[in-house]
Design a protein around this ligand. Structure first.
Ligand code: NDP
Ligand code: OXD
Length: 309
């Protein structure tokens, strides 16, 4: 019974000792050392090469080494009979909420303007609202969205969330489905995207929706680069319809040199670090899931392939 691990070389170095210690009764193989493929029952993967998973005839579970599984669905040969388990790790949830709180506060407190003023040696006060006067809307009100929402609420922001299914959550205005999207957008001075990338959510940060935000709104995209129509962003910023954008994820990663986002004065770029997978907490979550599976118990966080997340 073997486990195949495949991620970047740096991640592999961090996971190797943890998996060995947590799963001593399993043989863990590290890609590209695959060995006898018929022995592999579990795959722990981030961005596996297309066809790798399909080449494992006795695979029983696929563990995505992140919260989003779009990297797996991109594989045209993905064996859809094998359940995919996504990573839900409170350590990552806390990290994402820190990133969202920081980004929302930067937009709210006009950090981009004060940075520009500092560079120009300008000492000038700008009118400032309180958090209570700055509604935040969160696209994707699941594990990450709700935690970020709670923390933003603790800072005083009125928070609303948008999800696919209808939700009633104490202390939050909630919107759902295609019919609820315009309502959430119209009331959001700052719009945060924490959606999974699916056919329905691709391109949701677009000119139409920017135009429906209150003038001078800010956006934070920590979902996926495919959520943003990149060519729509700069015109919305240059016209003043949007005041700023904080972007952690991009259609092409790393963001290519010379891309206009690098130097735009109203865009803050981070290199997909909002909530990185943290092997010391993630490895015990995955090893526990394997133990549950082998004991015939239900495994949490299995992806619904029909929904796409
Ligand atoms: P969850 O599955 O817990 O939450 C997803 C939310 O999105 C749910 O509320 C879901 O609705 C909603 N949703 C999905 N499709 C639609 C739709 N078509 N219309 C409206 N709402 C929709 O995921 P997580 O919160 O754990 O993660 C969200 C995403 O964050 C990941 O998929 C990944 O892309 C991104 N991420 C980015 C990281 C980074 O470092 N930048 C790190 C980790 C994750 P419902 O509740 O009804 O199911
Ligand atoms: C994830 C990510 O999905 O890091 O976990 O983007």
């Amino acid at each position: 019974m073997a486990i195949l691990f495949r991620s970047s070389p740096a991640a592999t170095a961090r996971w190797r000792p943890l998996l060995g210690a947590l799963l001593p009764d399993h043989e863990v193989r590290f890609f590209p050392e695959v060995g006898d493929k018929t022995a592999i029952q579990y795959a722990l993967v981030w961005q596996p090469p297309p066809g790798l998973l399909a080449s494992l005839p006795n695979l029983k579970l696929i563990f995505g080494l992140g919260a989003g599984i779009d990297h797996l669905l991109r594989d045209p040969e993905l064996p859809r009979r094998v359940p995919i388990v996504r990573l839900v790790d409170p350590y990552m949830t806390d990290a994402m909420s820190e990133y969202v709180a920081l980004s929302v506060l930067r937009l709210h407190r006009q950090d981009l303007d004060y940075l520009a003023q500092q560079r120009a040696g300008v000492w000038e006060e700008r009118e400032q609202k309180n958090a209570a006067e700055r509604p935040v809307g969160i696209l994707g009100f699941g594990t990450l969205g709700q935690d970020a929402g709670r923390k933003l609420k603790a800072l005083g922001f009125p928070v609303a969330g948008w999800s696919r299914s209808r939700k009633t959550i104490d202390g939050f205005d909630t919107y759902s489905g295609v019919a609820g999207l315009d309502g959430l957008i119209a009331r959001s001075d700052i719009l945060v995207c924490l959606l999974p990338l699916t056919a329905e959510t691709t391109g949701i940060l677009n000119a139409r929706n920017f135009a429906r935000l209150p003038r001078g709104a800010g956006i934070v995209n920590a979902g996926r680069g495919g959520h943003l129509i990149e060519n729509d962003l700069i015109p919305a910023l240059d016209s003043g319809q949007l005041a700023g954008a904080v972007l952690d994820v991009f259609r092409e990663e790393p963001l290519p040199p010379g891309h206009p986002f690098w130097h735009h004065p109203r865009i803050l770029v981070t290199p997909h670090i909002a909530a990185e997978t943290h092997p010391p907490t993630a490895a015990p979550i995955i090893s526990e899931a394997i133990r549950r599976f082998e004991a015939g118990l239900p495994v949490p966080n299995v992806v619904d392939l029909d929904r796409g997340y």
